[in-house]
Design a protein around this ligand. Structure first.
Ligand code: ATP
Length: 255
């Protein structure tokens, strides 16, 4: 396979119970791409992202992450070197100071001893401080995380990804719990950092407007199938309207 490949799904499918959540699908994402995953609620975006993250296994088909079969990654620590995840709920420990949440991104590099020691005497502090500086939170190193605003907490999550330093970032609705101004700010920062670090980004989004603004490729999923996969410039309003159209809206008024 080409060494530019970041993710490759071939005839991958997933069911929870009888019905398909994801129908057999093929998807290739190259290193350095910045991709938005859009589509109605329940379409299968989170399922798709969790599969790319290696946290859920497909029922059938093959999945390669950074050129290697997903099943060849023996542990979460190995996967964490390759893929980082950011979610709507931030996944931070609110009761801890910011520095500890940022340094959680180093755990895959540390042994148990260093991880435990870091709770008393934060290890790799300059690395955490630099990451917080890059997300504009240099002065928040020892603040209690829960006291930060939602936008600031998501920037702490970005700093944690910077110290984790994966090859690809998967973002599941990273701005869903933020107001419109903070959402644009955090998404813009995420995309800028991904470009600066030369990483790959795949992010699910409900805002088509922000997907158009920041992403170069849009993959639309509807009812577990790829509805379109296009450069952003080729995504028309008509396609977006068909993507979000309710199925039961077809034929209404015919009775
Ligand atoms: N662990 C699970 N067990 C059972 N069903 C599940 C599970 N995870 C997802 N599903 C179902 O699979 C379908 C797709 O869910 P998924 O979360 O991937 O969609 P989504 O596009 O991310 O939706 P949203 O935009 O609302 O987050 C939904 O019908 C959901 O109920």
């Amino acid at each position: 396979m080409p060494d530019t490949e970041m993710f490759a799904l071939e005839q991958v499918c997933k069911s929870y119970g009888a019905a398909y959540t994801l129908h057999p699908l093929d998807l290739h994402i190259r290193k350095g791409e910045i991709v938005a995953l859009i589509g109605p609620s329940g379409a299968g975006k989170t399922t798709c992202l969790n599969m790319l993250a290696g946290t859920i296994r497909p029922d059938a088909g093959s999945l390669r992450i950074a050129g290697k079969p997903a099943e060849s990654y023996a542990s979460g620590k190995q996967l964490a070197k390759v893929v980082g995840m950011i979610r709507q709920q931030f996944d931070l420990v609110g009761s801890l100071p910011v520095i500890h949440n940022v340094l959680a991104g180093r755990l895959h590099e540390w042994g148990l001893g260093k991880s435990l020691l870091s709770f008393l005497f934060p290890q790799d502090k300059p690395i955490a401080a630099d990451a917080l500086h890059r997300v504009g939170l240099a002065d928040k190193l020892y603040d209690k995380t829960a006291n930060l605003s939602g936008g600031e907490q998501q920037r702490v999550a970005l700093a944690r990804l910077l110290v984790q330093h994966p090859q690809a970032i998967l973002a599941d609705e990273p701005i869903a719990s933020l107001d419109p101004a903070r959402a644009e700010d955090v998404l813009g920062m995420l995309v800028r950092l991904v470009r600066e670090e030369n990483l790959t980004l795949v992010s699910s989004l409900h805002s088509v407007e922000l997907a158009r603004q920041f992403f170069e490729r849009m993959i639309a999923i509807k009812e577990g199938r790829i509805f379109f996969d296009l450069p952003t410039a080729q995504v028309t309003d008509q396609l977006i309207s068909e993507l979000y159209q309710l199925e039961h809206a077809h034929g209404t008024g015919a009775s």
